[in-house]
Structure formats: structure tokens, C-alpha cells
Design a protein around this ligand. Structure first.
Ligand SMILES: [Zn+2]
Length: 130
């Protein structure tokens, strides 16, 4: 059994007869307290306090960027490294689950996304593409 941490979600997976099964997913609801430390919703980089955040995107913008092919590269890289460090043999398969799960978070999301400078810049290119 492997636990994968995706920003705002934890996925528990297990190898079954027909490949990987998702056993459980936990959503971690982040509070919108003004004084609480916030982190980038895509790569989990700490961004200080809510009032210091420079980039806030509507869930619609994130969905558009995702449909245009945006992927949370930093988050995927960090997850892949984590899986390799744990000696996980099925990391390619797990990475597909991580990406699918991230996409479903994007689809379900109804709250604004807080972004760091880098993620804001990378998503910006995908928002304008038609
Ligand atoms: Zn970021």
C-alpha cells in the first residue's frame, strides 16, 4: 500500500489483480484564515500569509489551463522523486493516477487557487492558448 500526497489530497493505492486500485482519497480542506500561513495550491511552496499572496486564480482559469494541457510539473516532479526514494517500482503507473487525481481536483474545485510566481507564470501561457 502506498500513500501519495498531492497538494490538497492524499491517495492510498494498492496493487490488485487488474493493476492499481485506489483504496481511499482524502481531501484536505485548507482554511481561508487571514493569519494562517498559505502555500501554493500547485507546488505547495510556502507563500507567507494570505495578505501577502500576489496571484489568485479563479477555479475556471485553472480548468481552462488544464484543458489546454497545463500540468503541475513541480508537483509531479516532487511526487515522482518521493516515489523513487521509497523504491516504488510502479512509479510510472502511480504518476498517471497522481495526474488524474489532480485533474479531478481541478474539475471539482470551486474555490480560488493561490499561486506562487512560478506557477502563475507557467499557467499564464496555457490560459491564453486557444
Ligand atoms: Zn507554485
Amino acid at each position: 500500500m502506498t500513500q501519495i500526497e498531492v497538494p490538497s489530497e492524499t491517495i492510498v493505492v494498492e496493487m490488485g489483480e487488474d493493476g492499481l486500485n485506489i483504496l481511499e482519497t482524502f481531501m484536505q480542506m485548507s482554511g481561508m484564515d487571514d493569519s494562517a500561513p498559505v502555500q501554493c495550491d500547485i507546488c505547495s511552496k510556502p507563500l507567507g500569509k494570505m495578505k501577502d499572496v500576489k496571484h489568485i486564480e479563479s477555479p475556471e482559469s485553472i480548468t481552462i489551463a488544464e484543458r489546454n494541457g497545463f500540468k503541475p510539473e513541480q508537483m509531479l516532479k516532487a511526487t515522482e522523486n518521493m516515489l523513487k526514494e521509497e523504491g516504488e517500482e510502479n512509479h510510472d503507473e502511480l504518476m498517471e493516477i497522481v495526474l488524474d487525481s489532480w485533474k479531478s481536483i481541478v474539475d471539482k474545485s470551486e474555490t480560488p487557487w493561490v499561486l506562487c510566481d512560478e506557477c502563475y507564470e507557467s499557467i499564464k501561457n496555457f490560459k491564453s492558448k486557444r
